[in-house]
Write a protein that binds this ligand. Sequence first.
Ligand code: ADP
Length: 794
Amino acid sequence: MSLADATNSQESEDRAPPSRRFRWWLSLIVGVGGVAISLAVWYTLRVRERQLIESRFQTLAAERLRVFEREFVRNLDALETLTGLLSTMHRIERDTFYNTAHALLLRHPSLVSLQWVPRITDAQRMDLESELQQYVAGAAITEFNPQGELQPAPQRAHYYPVRFVEPMQDEFGRQLLGHDHSADPARWKAMEAARDAGEPRATGPLDMVAPPSQENDDQQNAILVYAPIYTRDFPHQTVEQRRLAVRGFVVGVFHVGTSLHAALKELAPAAIQMGILDLSAPRSHQVVHEYRWPQLEPRMVSAARSGADGLWYEARMNVGGRDWLIVAQPSAEFFSGQQSSVPLAALLAGLVLTGLLVAVTATLTTTNQRIKSVVAQRTAELVEANSELQREIDVREWAEKELARQKSEFAEANRDLEVEIQERERAELALRDSEALFHSLVEHLPLCVFRKDLEGRFTFHNEEFRAALGLPDQKIIGCTDFDLCPREMAEKYRADDLRVTKTGQIYHEVEEFYDARREKQFVEVIKTPVYDHRGKVIGMQGIFWDVTDRHLAEQRLKQARGELERSNQELQQFAHVASHDLREPLRAVEGYCCLIEKRFGEQLDPQARQYLDDAVAGVARMKDLLDGLLEYARVNFDAPRFESVDCNSVLEEALANLRRTIDESQATVEHDSLPTVSGDRRQLVRLFQNLIGNAIKYRGEKPPKVRIEANQCEQGWRIAVHDNGIGIDPKDSDRVFQIFQRANGCDRISGTGIGLSVCKRIVQRHGGRIWLESKPGQGSTFFFTLPRGEDEGT
Ligand code: ADP
């Protein structure tokens, strides 16, 4: 057992007592609660049932009371019927009374006796007693003494004796004849009330006169109802009049119990008990009738009224001026048919269920500890899992956010990628087009194109290459030069290739090549390294093409150039000779001419003098020719020293050289601002000097005017020298630039025909050209072009 397990076990033991107490408390609470709920259910059902019973009882009692009231009122009406009949009679006939009363009694069971009680004075007593004695021997006007025995009534002013009574067949009826009702205070009170009111009035319950009931054993208290009859001819509207006019009373004896029995006879026996109390009577004599209600007393009424069970019914009824209270209660038998066993069953079921609940609770709480510990463990695990889950949720939320961010970045990158892909696709298409174009171009180029890897294996070649090698059907890809060429050549090619791939330098040579027919040719070869996308050399590629004709031409040109150089050297040598060696004899000729002139000048005739002058002129001309020739040779053979030359200073120098000529001829020279050109300064001075000199020399009649202009042109600068001289026939516009050639018609002006050829040579050596535009007599314009000076840019 680990330390942690031991600690848990100890904690469990520490917690055990409170848990047991809780278990017992819980069982107790469940038990008490269950019993309480069961009792509550039982009580509720009982109350509900009681309310139903009460409702049923109230309905039943009300209904039965209405039946009683209707029945009893019908009996009371019989009294009024007889009273109404007798009131109409001037003299109340014996037969009429008995017949009517007999009939009424038969039909109204509660009405047990009808009597006619006239008011008689003491003077009339004897007559009445005589009349009564006709029917009953010894009859007299009587009254009850305190012992309840009949005795002759003492003398008084008025008597109210029974004159007629129905039934009177029995002893009881016959005793009543002559009985003075007014002798009894209670009856007299009712009689007075009836007399004064002019309406029937009842007495309280009387138990003394009631005969035993034939229908049941109930106490048959009777009530007497007095209905007054007044003298017909005497007014009886007021109480006083009624007191004077009263003739007597029709008395009805009623057994209330009979009507009550009639009303309740339909009920189950003893289901209900009912009582009638006369509230107008003294408390000790209030009970009018009791129906199965033993010993009904007024105090019981108030007690029953205040009862909480509500099983009580009462109603008020006015009978002959008396205030009757009719009360009813269900008897014990009433409940026996109404009460059900449902509340009890519910109570028992509740108790049983409570017992089961207590047992289950006890059982459950027994395992509660284990469940609690399991729950606690599970809860701890859940809490741990929950926190883990929360951490995971946090991580996941972070990851989702990160994912969303990356998604958006990815989407953006994707868009960029799509754009890039589209661009790349376009580029690939362009590349493919380019490749197709390249292949098409390469395939149809009149050049031999090939490519090799670092091991010298051919990886590409075009059709021209195959045709040049004369290998139309052989597979070349993968072969090396050693497979295709003689070993000596293959070794050379391999060495050249390795130099290209190792140094990265371009190989560009014209080399010998033997075609398919094994004929020697010359090809110009260019070999370059091939790089991969990382800039690493992965092979070489080469192109070569047939330059046999050109090579041979170059050979010939080279040979011709060598010959020309030799010729030039010879010519230069000749010029040198001409300039130096030829001057010697000329100087000798000139010297001899001077000696002849000096020594024999006097002796010479004009002809000889002319010859001598021509010889001197010829020498001078010869010297000019030699100078011109030397100049021409120098321009041709001296290598020009090109530099940036300002033509303004060149012109200035040329004009200085021509100063004497200009002055003598009164020539005017104008010029634009001239450019700086790339050239040989000395030669350019000579160029300007020759052209301006010619412009002055070949002047017309007007003083010479020379204008020098400079304009930019495609080759650089175009410079024009205008004059107003004699002009040149366009036919001679080319010829005058040839050495020793002069224009027609200028013989009178001395010249050697070398100046313009020198100018042409100078312009040519500067990469330009010279030409003229002229018409005879309209002046001439000489044009020449020169390259721009370096500081002017190109
Ligand atoms: P030269 O002047 O010594 O004869 P050039 O070679 O200088 O030789 O000129 C060749 C010829 O061109 C000249 O003989 C002349 O007939 C003609 N010529 C040259 N310049 C002019 C010009 N400015 N006006 C007319 N004719 C000219």
